[in-house]
Design a protein around this ligand. Sequence first.
Ligand code: CU
Length: 166
Amino acid sequence: MCVLAFTLMLFCVGNAQAKVAYVIVGGQSLSFSPPTIDIDAGDTVTFLNLGGLHNVVADDGAFRCARGCDNDGHGGSGAASSQLWLVSINFPNAGAVGYFCEVHGAPGVGMSGTINVLGAPPSPPLASAVPTAGTWFLALLGAAFIACAAPWLRRARSRGKNCPRD
Ligand SMILES: [Cu+2]
């Protein structure tokens, strides 16, 4: 029960901190869809090739991906591939990131797109009147602690009663 509660909390916190956005590659058209997306710093974009010989290359050369990414440490290759590949790229820093497909585009031309990485929103003050995700997390943490600690405390107390006193 406790493990379940903690897993659930970790899932919730993970969701609150980073999101995944999806961009469809190719398929019916030689394009990225949607071509422009806004994400928060730290979010991940998953590119999914639905058909055609494509890859995803940053305008500034920061990444070149298709079946994995060049130099990803896992033997991935950013060479354009017509397989149904899927690749996830994390964007930790704010700023606009342009990208294109080497086969059907160039920076800002043809099969290309832009990811607007927005700065992480400021943390809300703790004394906020409206419960925030953080407040709910603390409440859940407290509830889980009580739920987990109560049986242990009961056992510890009943053990104490059996101990001889000075
Ligand atoms: Cu392409």
